[in-house]
Design a protein around this ligand. Structure first.
Ligand code: PMP
Length: 355
């Protein structure tokens, strides 16, 4: 308790981020970063931009980046918003769209930041249960609400809905914004960006942190019709300019244009995901069908927290989330093939030990 804090701050429970340990030789499979590094073209563009021009402010409209992002999905720059990571874009969206005096709806097992944003902006929310197979049931999102947030693929489950499901969801809530958080969409799901022109209530949020391996640059973006982008622009804190610095703008624009690198690194992750899933299943794990760069798994007779602790002893870190519906599960980022093999060998060893 602090006498300096406002009553609001006392009510907030901060998000607990995945750890970023400073040890060098870890097998780090806990925060869904890419093992393959950013586009070489993006790196070269950023190197080239380290010059005297850094004395000048960046383009307040981030126009090159917004144009490049829109072009990929057939939208103009006025349908694109950019921010410091998709977390910032999500925060603005919660503030801009979800205070209609009814709860915001999202799944009971999903990205845990959503409850944090609701706390921050004083928004009531209702967590809609996933079904027994950990799937989102679209029909459960009917009725009065302030908006819907759907992570697709969902995190931490990795399960994706198809565009038909998303159309049904949009039709269920025509007067509310349906926010589709597509942080992991490039790893095998269909993007709802193609529906933006058709649905004025759709906001699609994506990031450079996962498939484009630029988590350190902090760039996220959203697609929506200009009416929605205008609302985001009104709530963003840097009054009349986008918050991205010159290097982030240049690097992200080059990364957005490097389709070849994206396809190559995503292809490698998808390939490794299939091999890892097979290996895990042969060890007795139940692995949910993943369209993301991680898998969600549990063992029928081993404690997940214990497995995570034992992996850690071998310098392998995975994510274990506490909570009623998640405590039995582990979320494992798809690493390089070598890292996946190291993980499988460690798990084999742990499972074969009796204590
Ligand atoms: N959405 C989901 C579902 C995520 O898992 C994450 C990463 N933790 C984010 C958004 C935010 O990613 P970033 O801010 O790096 O774009």
């Amino acid at each position: 308790m602090s006498r300096f804090w406002s009553p609001l701050v006392h009510t907030l429970t901060p998000y607990v981020p995945g750890e970023q340990p400073r040890l060098a030789d870890l097998v780090k499979l806990n925060t869904n970063e890419s093992p393959y590094g950013p586009s070489p073209r993006a790196l070269a563009a950023m190197h080239a931009a380290v010059d005297d021009s850094l004395r000048l402010y960046p383009d307040p409209q981030a126009l090159d980046l917004r144009t490049a992002l829109g072009k990929r999905v057939g939208l103009s720059a006025e349908c694109v918003f950019v921010g410091n990571g998709s977390d910032e874009v999500l925060a603005h969206a919660f503030q801009a769209f979800f205070a209609h005096g009814a709860p915001v709806l999202f799944a009971d097992v999903t990205y845990s930041f959503y409850t944090v944003y609701c706390g921050l902006y004083g928004l009531p929310y209702r967590q809609v249960p996933l079904d027994g197979a950990m799937r989102v049931v679209v029909e459960d999102y009917a009725g009065p609400c302030s908006g819907v947030v759907l992570a697709n693929p969902n995190a931490p489950t990795g399960i994706a809905l198809g565009l038909d499901d998303i159309r049904r969801l949009l039709a269920l809530q025509p007067d509310r914004v349906v926010l589709v958080d597509e942080a992991y969409v490039d790893f095998g799901a269909q993007s709802a960006a193609s529906l933006v022109a058709e649905y004025p209530n759709l906001l699609v949020v994506q990031t450079f942190s996962k498939s484009r391996a630029l988590a350190g640059l902090r760039v996220g973006f959203a697609f929506g019709q200009p009416e929605l982008i205008e609302a985001l622009t009104r709530v963003k804190d840097s009054f009349n300019s986008y918050p991205l610095d010159r290097l982030a703008l240049v690097g992200a624009t080059a990364a957005a244009e490097d389709e070849e690198w994206l396809t190559l690194s995503v292809g490698r992750v998808i390939h490794s995901r299939a091999t890892l899933t097979e290996g895990l299943e042969s060890l007795g794990f139940e692995v949910l069908p993943s369209a993301a760069n991680f898998v969600y798994m549990r063992h029928p007779d081993r404690d997940a927290a214990d497995i995570a602790a034992r992996l850690r002893e071998q310098a392998i870190i995975v994510r274990h989330l506490k909570g009623e519906r998640t405590a039995a599960w582990l979320r494992v980022t798809i690493g390089t093939d070598a890292q996946c093999q190291t993980l499988l060998a460690a798990l084999r060893d742990i499972l074969h030990r009796n204590t």
